[in-house]
Write a protein of this length. Structure first.
Length: 171
């Protein structure tokens, strides 16, 4: 078995100064990306794994990622794609659990209402509200057009408003 050359290894990892830059970026963004994925996926364990995977991929591509308009949004999308792919594989092997563990971040009522949204709408709400991304940044992070982002956000917010009014009416 042939060992990788120094050229191969240097291409896979950033230079020392870039590594320090990524470390600073990591410290500032990891928790934010994790929280966004935890709310979107509704599974903190899966969100932690997705965040770690996204961060590892971001580290390997730091020379290009650092030039990206929104590296945090890119990491969120990579983590979301990884988790979606993971769930597809798992579903073939075992059924989904009846209930997912609660995410202990935020208002339980709001989180329960977010659960009622389809993943596509929930991911847009998380980007726009929790990550505070602009419409353009959300579109870039989720590989959507800006019109699709606006449409999904509008539908999601309409659904959430109606659900909140219904809940208040029951009190």
């Amino acid at each position: 078995m042939q060992m990788p050359s120094a050229v191969t290894l240097s291409a896979a990892a950033p230079r020392a100064d870039a590594a320090a830059e990524f470390e600073e970026f990591y410290a500032g963004q990891r928790e934010r990306v994790f929280r966004a994925l935890a709310v979107t996926l509704r599974d903190p364990t899966l969100a932690a794994e997705a965040t770690d995977e996204a961060m590892a991929r971001g580290y390997a591509r730091w020379s290009q990622l650092r030039l990206h308009a929104n590296p945090g949004g890119w990491l969120y999308r990579v983590g979301l794609n990884w988790a979606t792919s993971w769930w597809r594989k798992v579903r073939r092997e075992r059924p989904l659990p009846e209930t997912l563990p609660p995410v202990d971040d935020g208002d339980p009522t709001a989180l329960a209402l977010l659960d009622t949204l389809p993943l596509a709408q929930r991911s847009v709400v998380v980007c726009r509200v929790l990550l505070q991304l602009s419409t353009a940044e959300t579109a870039a992070a989720l590989s959507l057009s800006e019109g699709t982002v606006k449409s999904r956000l509008s539908r999601a917010l309409s659904h959430l408003r109606a659900a909140l009014q219904e809940e208040e009416g029951m009190r």
